[in-house]
Write a protein that binds this ligand. Structure first.
Ligand code: IMP
Length: 176
């Protein structure tokens, strides 16, 4: 499949995305209150979502970035999670919040949750994802928080890419 920008249809507008992020930030501000949280942003897809979300947090935040890949240049998951860069500081005793762009098969989310639990005794672990493609799930894993539930369309924009393109779009779109 090849995707050209003029063929894209908007699924969630910039305004809808920002509204959902506002609502999610309220929930997380309520959850953490004044507690410190280490946010783990999964590059590259979650970068826009993370940077918009953390700017609405009222609690002390430390930000970490890790890089995983499971898609390569296609539109379906390879079924294998590749940890490109997963260096993390000591998370023992820390509130930890993982931020993902989309949960599709769930393999990446499972890999990350298992990685954190195997290596650290965190104080709390929450997983939040901008999109939840529940229908494509291969492992029984669910985000604690998500903004939108999508069907099995391949989506781009607002951090999500096709072959490296479209991450810069302020909205989320799909090709019919
Ligand atoms: P999972 O391991 O199958 O849950 O896939 C998670 C990763 O696959 C996400 O972090 C994305 O990078 C990528 N991905 C899954 N679905 C899409 C999509 O519709 N568009 C772009 N990337 C996607």
């Amino acid at each position: 499949m090849e995707i050209k920008q003029e063929e894209l249809k908007i699924l969630y507008s910039e305004k809808e995305i920002q509204q959902k992020i506002e609502e999610l930030a309220l929930k997380l501000n309520d959850l953490y209150q004044d507690e410190e949280v280490t946010v783990i942003c999964t590059l590259k897809g979650a970068v826009m979502f993370t940077t918009d979300l953390v700017r609405k947090f009222n609690f002390p935040v430390k930000m970490e970035f890790i890089r995983l890949s499971s898609y390569g240049s296609g539109t379906t998951s390879s079924g294998k999670v590749n940890a490109v860069d997963i260096k993390l500081p000591d998370l023992n005793g820390k509130n930890t919040l993982i931020i993902e762009d989309i949960i599709d098969t769930g393999l990446t989310a499972k890999f990350l949750i298992d990685f954190v639990n195997l290596n650290f005794h965190v104080k709390s672990l929450k997983f939040c994802s901008l999109l939840d493609k529940k229908i494509s799930r291969k492992v029984d894993i669910h985000p604690d928080y998500y903004c939108f539930e999508t069907d099995d369309k391949f989506v781009v924009g607002y951090g999500l890419d096709y072959d490296g393109y479209f991450r810069n779009l302020p909205y989320i779109a799909y090709k019919d």
